[in-house]
Design a binder for this molecule. Structure first.
Ligand code: TYD
Ligand code: MG
Length: 455
């Protein structure tokens, strides 16, 4: 038995979803992708051999109450919005994965962070994608102080770790994980097994040496191919870059964080001098019309710990189709269909012969249910061609029986609205703070009908 376990294991892995298969086939049984399965002759991963990622130096069993909680040492990165999504700064020995579409700004952000960090930390930037000349060109363009950033163009993970062991950087940046390969594997760089093995070695290095490691991972057009998805469980923090093509705004969202809150949002704008922080996102996501327009409603949403004002727009138009279209950009499509049914049943307004388009301005994606009421009021406003007041802000979840349900952190949202010059708010009754909010006339509602009649 022991003899068997030592031998290298041969297996098959799907490059599209990362699923392990016992035998080769033309189509992956798990995700349905064609021609994506390849053989891996993976030795038993060293991580398992040596007893896990935490280093495995101490095999004693502890009593939890006897273990004193270690103070996590946090160092600010010098970029406030990045610190916000990291949960307050870089944690020593943590591994941060930054995913996003190619060209969205991952390298730019990390180079800027490196420059800011290099003042008080030693930084090693490993570029597998760009030559040192290209990185230097970028640093020049960004006007960064580059004299303390050390640069390595290398794609072999063993050699990267060899250099890192000699240089002992406090922060190690790998751009990108898809270009790295481990010598002991035969598959091509960027395949699932290579990406996993390279990441496993880097994670182990980070834990053993207390180095902060940033991994860049490209999301490919299929969404996940050998990309950040297969690494999410191995790293401490996962950040995703979002942004609409054509819009300068870039949102960095934390979707997993062992050292902080998830769903925290950092907002940047891409300029010709690199990424600029947007510390007051409400101001940029509200498009200021000079007069009220139908179909536009200001929503007070909340991303992570920060309330934010965004504009929800709807366009309702007579449909020439037998199946009218329901299109939602930045909002959930299914939820739009469901809300239209609620509007018909409990608001008495039917849209069965109307196309309905909904959009959140500025490329923001709103996933929380607090957007329901704002969306329905925008739809209604467009349908009736009646603008809502420009100083009105709205939030609230709409239930299937037409009730308006409270959402978390009502008072916070209302204060943000008042801060940005809103004078009226339609919100769920249970979200209204006892003392009210200065300068804000709050209209509490319990049902959709009440909200519609109150307009
Ligand atoms: P980059 O950081 O290279 O993207 P990624 O590493 O995620 O693939 O970003 C490149 C894009 O950003 C490119 O399309 C040009 C744009 N950009 C600017 O607009 N201004 C700048 O100062 C820089 C450096 C890049
Ligand atoms: Mg890049």
């Amino acid at each position: 038995m022991a003899q068997r376990a030592k031998k290298s294991r041969s297996g098959y892995v799907c490059n599209a979803c990362g699923a392990q298969q016992p035998k080769w086939s033309g189509q992956c049984p798990d995700c349905g992708a064609w021609n994506s399965i390849e053989e891996t002759r993976a030795p038993v991963p060293p991580a398992i051999r040596r007893g896990g990622y935490a280093g495995g130096a101490d095999p004693r069993v502890h009593v939890l109450s006897d273990v004193s909680p270690e103070q996590t040492v946090r160092a600010p990165s010098g970029i406030g919005e990045l610190d916000r999504v990291l949960g307050g700064g870089l944690v020593q020995g943590s591994v941060v994965l930054i995913g996003g579409d190619p060209g969205i700004g991952k390298s730019t952000l990390l180079l800027q962070a490196c420059a800011a960090l290099s003042g008080h930390e030693s930084v090693l930037y490993v570029s597998g994608e760009e030559s040192p000349q290209q990185v230097s060109l970028r640093a020049h363009r960004l006007g960064l102080a580059a004299e303390r950033i050390r640069l390595l163009a290398e794609t072999c993970v063993e050699r990267v770790l060899g250099v890192a062991a000699a240089e002992k950087p406090g922060v190690l940046v790998i751009d990108s994980i898809q270009t790295l390969f481990a010598e002991e594997l035969s598959s091509a760089p960027g395949s699932v097994s290579q990406v996993r093995e390279s990441a496993a070695q880097l994670v182990r290095y980070a834990k053993q040496t207390d180095t902060t490691v940033f991994l860049v991972g490209h999301v490919t057009k299929e969404g996940a191919l050998a990309g950040p998805r297969v690494l999410e469980h191995m790293v401490d923090t996962v950040l995703y870059f979002e942004g609409e093509p054509g819009s300068p705004h870039r949102l960095v969202r934390s979707v997993k964080n062992r050292f902080g809150a998830v769903n925290e949002l950092g907002v940047f704008a891409m300029t010709d001098k690199g990424l600029r922080q947007v510390t007051n996102p409400s101001a940029i996501f509200l498009s200021r019309h000079d007069r009220p327009v139908p179909g536009s409603v200001v929503l007070i949403t909340r991303e992570g710990t920060r309330p934010m004002l965004v504009e929800v727009q709807a366009l309702v138009d007579q449909s020439p189709l037998a199946n009218p279209r329901r299109v939602a950009v930045g909002l959930e499509q299914n939820r739009l269909a469901m809300l239209l049914a609620v509007l018909h049943r409990h608001g008495g307004v039917s849209m069965f012969d109307q196309d309905v388009f909904a959009n959140v301005v500025g490329g923001v994606r709103v996933t929380e249910t607090a957007a329901d009421l704002a969306l329905l009021l925008a739809v209604l406003s467009s349908y009736r061609d009646q603008p809502l007041p420009m100083d009105l802000a709205v939030f609230g979840e709409v239930g299937l029986s037409g009730e308006i349900r409270p959402v978390p952190n009502g008072p916070d949202r209302l204060r943000e609205a008042a801060k940005h010059g809103m004078r009226r708010a339609i919100v769920p009754k249970a979200n209204v703070p006892k003392g009210g909010v200065p300068d804000l006339e709050i209209q509490p509602v319990l049902s959709l009908r009440e909200a519609i009649e109150g307009l």
